[in-house]
Write a protein of this length. Structure first.
Length: 245
């Protein structure tokens, strides 16, 4: 928007200057007018360069507040904002969405065996692989350490489980290449669909976290979720249990 305003104001100044030369000062030579036009265009180009420079710096600072510096995944505040938006859409439009929480298995062993730089490479590998296989409207954020959350708008529980299983298999089939090593990577996934009973983001994340820890307790490298959708109106009840794959 700032670029557009600057361009529009500069063009208005240029047009006004040309109009003044032709109509207010009719004796002004055509050469002088041409020189003035060239001068104004150079000023406009210089101003545009300055605006682009500061705009780029602003975008980088904005990205630094929204993106994890290591993996490029969203940071927690930005991810929570997106989840909050989906909760609002659910209450307003009954738009269903699912959250996946995952934890990279045996990550400490990777760090102890290959070093922390290799561990960083594994985290970047996971995010890069997932981003390439998610929809454009999906979001992945780093929740902390080796834990990530994936937000799937317009997705019911069964669809979320299918996505998690797809990502689990992708990790198995695509080990992380680091130097001369091929580091095997697996993860444990917990999948939940947002419910009307999830009165806060924390409540939703806690349910996803519980499912993820059940996956780890069941042997890791698996997907755990409720066996039935939890999308309901206030006052409804449902039973749930774990399912692994």
């Amino acid at each position: 928007m700032l670029k557009i305003l600057l361009l529009a104001s500069t063009l208005m100044i240029t047009i006004g200057h040309i109009t003044f030369d032709y109509f207010v000062v009719p004796n002004e030579s055509s050469l002088t007018v041409l020189v003035d036009i060239v001068y104004m265009m150079l000023c406009m180009a210089q101003a545009w360069t300055v605006v682009c420079f500061f705009h780029e710096r602003f975008q980088k600072k904005l990205a630094a507040r929204e993106k994890d510096a290591l993996t490029g995944a969203m940071l927690r505040p930005m991810l929570k904002e997106k989840i909050s938006d989906e909760q609002y859409r659910m209450k307003r439009e009954e738009a269903r969405f699912t959250v996946i929480m995952l934890d990279v298995d045996y990550f400490k062993t990777v760090n102890d065996t290959f070093g922390h730089i290799a561990g960083d490479a594994v985290l970047k590998h996971v995010v890069s692989l997932f981003e390439a296989n998610l929809r454009q409207l999906d979001s992945i954020g780093r929740w902390g350490g080796e834990e990530f959350i994936i937000l799937l708008p317009c997705t019911e529980l069964n669809g979320g489980v299918q996505v998690a299983e797809k990502l689990r298999r992708l990790l198995i089939d695509n080990p992380c290449a680091w130097k001369k090593h091929s580091i095997p990577v697996t993860a444990s996934f917990g999948v939940v669909e947002c419910s009307m009973l999830d009165t806060s983001i924390e409540a939703l994340i806690e349910r996803a976290d519980d499912e993820m820890y059940r996956a780890k307790a069941a042997g890791r490298n698996r997907v755990c979720s409720n066996t039935m959708s939890t999308f309901m109106s206030l006052g409804s009840t449902t039973d749930s249990s774990a399912s692994g794959s």
